[in-house]
Design a protein around this ligand. Structure first.
Ligand code: SF4
Ligand code: SF4
Length: 444
């Protein structure tokens, strides 16, 4: 048997004395190989002994290994097929109250004074923008501010969308203060089935970081709402996001947090996402309160600690699909058919750089966008950086995980330096195992 090269997007992990594990980030295949079948494994070259031909064929056909040299166009072909996939669905992010909010979070980057709301007379104009899309399938995400402050409009709009061809389930990013079980259920009837909700660690840290505009705490209400939602007998997906900083990330605080959400354990409808409190305001030329930001230095370690504890308790992590699907880490702003539709009449790309001129690509009044400006944001195979081709996460990120950053020459957000590859592969395996076990239990 000859010597083969291992593709750069295959992670090779030494998992025990007698086995190693190969995970392929291109196609989400993983395989454990006994070391007795490996003759040599060095410098991303591998040769085998006594390996059945069908297994060798499997490794070649699933793009774990190749013989000789890789053809020159390999990466641009793959990037072109991901580009096609990213552009095959239209996504509309709607801001029903622009950036108005009932909360006053300490790290928020939005200007809550911008309180325009969608009126009922705008429903037809927004439907016209959606109707103008290039692709058959489309989805709608409600964002804010706090979108539920205009829930009457959301209900009326979802009613109109329900019967449209190509309409995929909707999603919402909400603080969940108003999201009682009853409201959740009625919105699920209207096909809003997936949510991102933030719960910043313990009651104490959450109430400090995410108070009502009046300053009062919000933890108890959100937790009650989650308990009501948990009791519903229907399918949905909630990603609970925990923003961490020094106020909520000691071992004791982590323990306290996990104990307080114990009622969600073993319910795969709820997933967890852990992120450091970042300097989001800088994207709009403002500065953040330094007391609130997570301290650089141990961010990766703290995130891994949260994640390990979540996995031990049987939670699936919400960012897994970012890493198991091609283009999964590319921001929606890099997708050609993605639009943010503001209540102020603007069509935009990014939900963070809300005050930047570059972010306005047109007006929904005329239902069209400036395609030249849109292209500045959009991923295309011609934008691939040479240096990214050898990266293990190339197919996830394509060098454009944040198109806002990637717009400046020599500036881009690189995921590779924030990620511990071996931990990531373990995390993917563990989440898959949790989901497999849950499936087996539900089949019994
Ligand atoms: S373009 Fe960058 S800053 Fe804007 S939403 Fe995407 S990842 Fe965030
Ligand atoms: S930007 Fe970084 S993580 Fe993304 S593909 Fe390039 S090297 Fe990899």
């Amino acid at each position: 048997m000859g010597t083969y090269h291992i593709f750069d997007q295959v992670s090779v992990q030494d998992v025990s004395d007698d086995a190693c594990y190969l995970y392929n980030f291109l196609n989400d295949f993983g395989i454990e190989i006994r070391k007795k079948y490996i003759d040599r494994l060095e410098n991303r070259e591998i040769s085998f002994r006594n390996l059945k031909q069908e297994w060798l064929d499997f490794l070649i056909s699933r793009k774990f290994i190749y013989e000789g040299s890789l053809d020159q166009d390999y990466y641009s072909r793959q990037a072109a097929s991901i580009e096609q996939k990213l552009n095959s669905t239209a996504r509309f992010t709607l801001l029903p109250v622009q950036y108005a909010c009932n909360f006053s979070c300490r790290y928020c980057y939005e200007n809550h004074e911008l309180k325009q709301r969608y009126g009922m007379d705008q429903i037809d104009e927004i439907l016209r923008v959606i109707g103008n899309r290039e692709c058959r399938w489309f989805s709608v995400e409600y964002f804010g501010g706090e979108p539920l402050l205009n829930v009457r409009w959301i209900r009326a709009f979802q009613e109109k969308l329900k019967d449209q061809e190509g309409f995929l389930p909707s999603s919402m990013t909400t603080n969940a203060y108003l999201l009682t079980g009853g409201l959740f259920s009625s919105l699920a009837d209207l096909k809003i089935l997936s949510y991102q909700i933030t719960l910043d660690g313990t009651r104490e840290s959450h109430d400090w970081l995410r108070p009502l505009a009046s300053g009062a705490g919000t933890w108890d209400t959100i937790l009650n709402n989650l308990k009501e939602i948990r009791r519903l007998d229907r399918q949905f997906r909630i990603s609970l996001r925990v923003n961490f900083n020094s106020s909520n990330s000691s071992d004791e605080k982590m323990e306290e947090f996990f104990e307080s959400i114990k009622f969600l354990e073993n319910d795969q409808r709820f997933r967890l996402l852990f992120r450091p409190v970042g300097d989001y305001s800088s994207a709009n030329g403002r500065s953040s309160d330094p007391d609130v930001l997570a301290q650089a230095g141990s961010l990766q370690e703290v995130q891994q600690s949260f994640e390990s504890k979540a996995l031990e308790r049987g939670y699936v992590l919400a960012d897994i699909s970012m890493f198991t699907s091609a283009g999964g880490a590319v921001c929606y702003a890099a997708k050609k058919n993605s639009r943010v539709i503001g209540a102020d009449g603007r069509l935009m790309k990014c939900t963070l750089a809300v005050d930047r001129e570059i972010n306005s690509i047109g007006s929904y009044k005329d239902a069209s966008a400036d395609e030249q400006k849109n292209r500045l944001w959009t991923f295309s195979k011609d934008k691939v950086r040479e240096g990214c081709k050898s990266c293990v996460l190339f197919f996830q990120c394509l060098g454009i995980s944040c198109p806002l950053k990637a717009m400046k020459p020599d500036s881009y957000r690189c995921l590779r330096y924030r990620i511990d590859e071996s931990f990531l592969v373990q995390k993917i395996r563990k989440c898959k195992e949790i989901l497999r076990t849950a499936r087996l239990n539900s089949d019994k």
